[in-house]
Design a protein around this ligand. Structure first.
Ligand code: HGY
Ligand code: MN
Ligand code: MN
Length: 443
């Protein structure tokens, strides 16, 4: 990747030109969002398919997802945004002020089964709030502002995750994405059509001038270290595999231990191996077995088959590859030892992504200007911004997660932090509308 020139942060004494009637007045007083409006929308979306504890279950392309989509789409219409729905169901609302490629923000409103109310939703609704604030202030911006919710960011029902933004940037063919099968069976394209979001706008989509995503950290760092804002430097590498272990069903009471080919036992050995590998590698290495299905899944039958998923991540691509090799080697040894067959199917493989230093610096500078403590940090979770980074200068803003909890109904972020993050997003997006990135020749 071409070395970035020695970038200083954007010159931030931009004046905000307000068109109050015929009088254009400018102020260096940075605008701020309406906290009440943002919280009201967050609370209203959180009522769409709630689960015990205050979270949501709106798995991608389900009837529940449609209800969330319909609500946000209606808010986009109320703001008079130009709306596009593309062939993979990504929905973009654009305030067509200024000219040229838009400054885009966005995230997702699909959730995992134990979703919190902020994961993804916060970034989309803060984007709406940014646009409404700029409209209300009648800000005269050089470029359009756009907010998008992307299809199937979570990847919990259809792999890969960030599927919608991956197709949006041309990283996956639409036809291939439409043929992906859900963990519960249906074809993605059929589910998209069933909820009425099979749009006509072709992918790859409009290349934004810049993309910036606001998201909760979903981890413990910012809270534990007392920071309000995370200026996200990039996203760690992600490797998802589906492992199928074919053993031999047998009687639980009569089969001596030495004669068993027990798929459940082998799944457990792999699970323990992953935990031990992560502890051995340390640093950013994480490993998870999140999904495990047994067949015939009965109390008195030695399991014939086990199907499990491996989620392995690291900020370092070489270490991630080493982890994948060690896991493959271990499974090969198990296969011979236990006389079973073990097959692996790659579900997701994304290398670590580095965000644009100019966008990172902008988040850093604006946060400090607003009096917030800010930490530069990588993202442990995958995000749509990592896909937009393939086509335009991109970055992210994090706010703290209380107790680092996410993908859990107990997910929570203090209102003051939600508002702080949304104001950084507002001011960053405005700054980006009047900033011309050095051409690659100058870079
Ligand atoms: O899995 C992830 O990192 C994201 O939540 N899709
Ligand atoms: Mn998310
Ligand atoms: Mn998530």
């Amino acid at each position: 990747m071409a070395q970035m020139p020695n970038m200083s942060a954007f010159e931030l004494n931009i004046s905000y030109t307000y068109a109050m009637g015929s009088i254009a007045m400018s102020s260096t007083e940075a605008p701020s969002i309406s906290a009440a409006r943002l919280m009201s929308r967050l609370n209203e979306l959180a009522q769409v398919c709630p689960i015990d504890g205050g979270g949501n279950c709106r798995l991608a392309l389900t009837a529940e997802d449609k209800l969330g989509r319909d609500l946000v789409l209606n808010w986009m219409k109320e703001l008079g945004l130009a709306i596009t729905i593309d062939t993979i169901g990504n929905v973009t609302g654009t305030w067509n002020t200024g000219s040229g490629a838009p400054v885009m923000t966005g995230s997702h409103i699909d959730t995992v089964r134990t979703g919190g109310r902020f994961d993804g939703n916060y970034g989309v609704l803060a984007g709406l709030e940014v646009i409404e604030t700029c409209q209300t202030l009648k800000l005269e911006l050089q470029r359009p502002l756009a907010v998008t919710f992307f299809t199937n960011e979570e990847g919990a029902r259809f792999a890969p995750d960030m599927l919608g933004s991956l197709v949006y940037v041309g990283g996956m063919q639409t036809e291939d994405a439409l043929d992906v099968l859900a963990i519960d069976g249906p074809r993605l394209g059929d589910e998209l059509e069933a909820i009425g979001y099979n749009g006509s706008m072709p992918c790859p989509g409009v290349v934004p001038h810049a993309f910036i995503e606001l998201h909760i950290e979903q981890g413990p760092l910012l809270e534990a270290q007392g920071f309000v804002i995370g200026a996200v430097t990039g996203v760690q590498g992600i490797s998802w595999q589906e492992i199928v272990i074919e053993g031999q069903s047998n009687h639980a009471g009569t089969t001596p231990m030495s004669l068993r080919h027990d798929a459940a036992y082998i799944a457990a050995r792999i699970t323990v191996f992953l935990r031990e590998l992560a502890l051995r590698f340390g640093d950013h290495q994480v490993c998870t077995v999140g999904k495990l299905d047994l067949f015939p899944n009965l109390v008195n039958v030695v399991a014939a088959r086990a199907t499990l998923t491996l989620d392995v991540r690291n900020t370092d691509e070489h270490l991630l590859q080493q982890a994948e090799r060690e896991i493959a080697d271990f499974m090969q040894v198990l296969e011979a030892q236990e006389s079973v067959t073990i097959s692996a199917r790659q579900l997701v493989r994304f290398k670590p992504v580095v965000f644009d230093e100019r966008v990172i610096a902008l988040v850093d500078t604006i946060s400090k200007k607003n009096g917030h403590s800010v930490k530069r940090m990588p993202s442990g979770a995958g995000h749509d911004a990592q896909m937009l980074a393939r086509v335009c200068p991109s970055g992210m803003i994090f706010v703290p997660s209380v107790n680092g909890i996410s993908h859990n109904a107990a997910e929570f972020t203090n209102t003051s932090d939600l508002v702080a993050g949304a104001n950084v997003l507002l001011q960053a997006m405005i700054a980006l509308t009047s900033h011309e990135f050095a051409s690659s020749a100058e870079a």
